[in-house]
Design a protein around this ligand. Structure first.
Ligand code: GDP
Ligand code: MN
Length: 393
C-alpha cells in the first residue's frame, strides 16, 4: 500500500526524522491560511505548494511551486487543485490533484538521495544513499551505479552507527553534518522497521544552507501482509489513487492486477494464472489482466470477476481457464452464466474447464444459450482466444 507525501512525512516526523513544517490543504483558502502561517504577516521567506498524488516526477510536471506570498500560494493552489497532473510515473491519463501540501520553504545547499528497501537476496534491509539526489534513482543506477552506496542491516542488531557514518562520509558530507545524518538514518530505519514498510525513499534528502539535514520529499510503501498490525496506517489508504478495478476486485477478495494487453483472463490459482498468461504470450497475444479468483471462490466472486473483466474497454476477448480442484466447475459455470445474463457478453468468450464436476459445468454452459467458444485444453484455449482478440482488435 502506498500513501501520500504529507502522510509519509507525518509518520516519519513521529520517529524523529527531520521534515519541513507543512499543512495539508483541500481548498485555495486553506492553502492561503497555511502559507500565512509559514510566511507570517509580512510575507517573508518562501513556502512551497506541492500537489499530492501517488506519483513522483511532480517537480518536472509543474506540481511543485515556490511562492513568496500568501496570494501566490493561493493562486498556485487554485491552479493545482482539480488539475490532472501528468508525470512520467502517472501514465498518460494522469492523476487528479485533490489536495496540496503547503510547506515552509528551505534554502537548498545540496540534494541527496536516501532509500530504504528490503533486499531479498541478502534477506536484509538495505539502505541506499547517493549524492545524485533530486533525479530518478533508476537513472543513476543505469548511468553510474558506482554512485549508489549500499549498507545491509543485520535485523538482529539494527542499523549500526558506523554503517550510517560510512554512508554519510561516502556522500561527502561535512564533518559537522555527519552526526545529524547518522541520527536521520537511524530514525528513518526505525520508522521503516516499526511500521513494516517495504520501501521508503527520501528524494531529495537536502542539506540546507543553515546546516540542517531534512527530508524534502518522502515516499513510503507498506507491506500489505503486515497492515493488520497497523490499523492507523491502513486508515491512510486513498482509494482515489488506486486502479478502480483493483479496488473493486479487492472488495470481493479477488487477486486482480490490470495489465495493458487485450485478452481478459479469469483463472483460479496464481500458478495457473501465470501459466495462462505465458500461453497467451506464446500464441502472440497479450493479457489484459492477471486475475486469480482463488481456490474456493463462490458464485458471487466468479460473477464479480467476470463483470470486472467485461468492464475493461481494452479487453477484446476473454479466456476463462479453470481447473476444478477444491473449486467445482459447475460453480464456475453458474457464476459465468449469472454474470453474462446480467452484463451480457460483448466480446468473444473462450472457456476451458477441467477437473471436479467438469461434465456438469460444460453441460450448464452448453445449455445456457450463451455464445461460448469451448476449448478442451490449455494450448487450444490460448490459441483460440488470441485469434479472437486479433480479429476483434
Ligand atoms: P517529485 O518531483 O514528485 O519527486 O517532488 P519533490 O518533492 O522531490 O520536489 C521536486 C523538486 O522541487 C525538489 O527536487 C526540489 O528541487 C524542489 N523543492 C521542493 N521543495 C522545495 C523547497 O522547500 N525549497 C526549494 N527551493 N525547492 C524545493
Ligand atoms: Mn522527489
Amino acid at each position: 500500500m502506498n500513501i501520500h507525501e504529507y502522510q509519509a512525512k507525518q509518520i516519519l516526523g513521529k520517529y524523529g526524522v527531520t521534515v519541513p513544517r507543512g499543512q495539508i490543504s483541500f481548498t485555495p483558502a486553506e492553502a492561503e491560511e497555511a502559507a500565512k502561517g509559514f510566511l507570517g504577516e509580512q510575507d517573508s521567506g518562501v513556502c512551497v505548494v506541492k500537489a499530492q498524488i501517488h506519483a513522483g516526477g511532480r517537480g518536472k510536471a509543474g506540481g511543485v511551486k515556490l511562492s513568496k506570498s500568501r496570494e501566490e500560494a493561493k493562486a498556485f493552489a487554485t491552479e493545482l487543485l482539480g488539475k490532472v497532473l501528468v508525470t512520467h510515473q502517472t501514465g498518460p491519463a494522469g492523476k487528479e490533484v485533490k489536495k496540496v501540501l503547503v510547506e515552509e520553504g528551505c534554502q537548498i545547499e545540496r540534494e541527496l538521495y536516501l532509500g530504504v528497501v528490503i533486499d531479498r537476496s541478502t534477506q536484509r534491509v538495505a539502505i541506499m544513499a547517493s549524492s545524485e539526489g533530486g533525479v530518478e534513482i533508476e537513472e543513476v543506477a543505469a548511468r553510474s551505479p558506482e554512485k549508489i552506496l549500499k549498507e545491509f542491516v543485520d535485523p538482529a542488531v539494527g542499523l549500526v552507527p558506523f554503517q550510517a557514518r560510512k554512508l554519510a562520509f561516502g556522500l561527502g558530507l561535512d564533518k559537522k553534518l555527519v552526526g545529524k545524518a547518522v541520527k536521520f538514518m537511524a530514525a528513518l530505519y526505525n520508522a521503516f522497521v516499526s511500521s513494516d514498510c517495504s520501501m521508503a525513499e527520501i528524494n531529495p534528502l537536502v542539506v540546507t544552507k543553515g546546516g540542517d539535514i531534512m527530508a524534502l520529499d518522502a515516499k513510503i510503501s507498506f507491506d500489505d501482509n503486515a497492515l493488520f498490525r497497523h490499523k492507523d496506517i491502513e486508515g491512510l489508504r486513498d482509494l482515489d489513487e488506486e486502479d478502480p478495478k483493483e479496488v473493486e476486485a479487492s472488495r470481493f477478495g479477488l487477486n486482480y492486477i490490470s495489465l495493458d494487453g487485450s485478452v481478459g483472463c479469469m483463472v483460479n490459482g496464481a500458478g495457473l494464472a501465470m501459466a495462462t498468461m505465458d500461453m497467451i504470450k506464446l500464441f502472440g497475444g497479450s493479457p489484459a489482466n492477471f486475475l486469480d479468483v482463488g481456490g474456493g471462490a463462490n458464485k458471487e466472486q466468479v460473477a464479480a470477476a467476470f463483470k470486472l473483466i467485461m468492464s475493461d474497454a481494452n479487453v477484446k476477448a476473454v479466456l476463462v481457464n479453470i481447473f476444478g480442484g477444491i473449486m467445482r466447475c459447475d460453480i464456475i459455470a453458474e457464476g459465468i452464466i449469472a454474470a453474462a445474463k446480467e452484463v451480457g457478453i460483448s466480446v468473444p468468450l473462450v472457456v476451458r474447464l477441467q477437473g471436479t464436476n467438469v461434465e456438469q459445468g460444460r453441460k450448464l454452459l452448453a445449455d445456457s444459450g450463451l455464445d461460448i467458444i469451448a476449448a478442451e485444453n490449455m494450448d487450444s484455449a490460448a490459441e483460440k482466444v488470441v485469434a479472437a482478440a486479433a480479429k476483434a482488435g
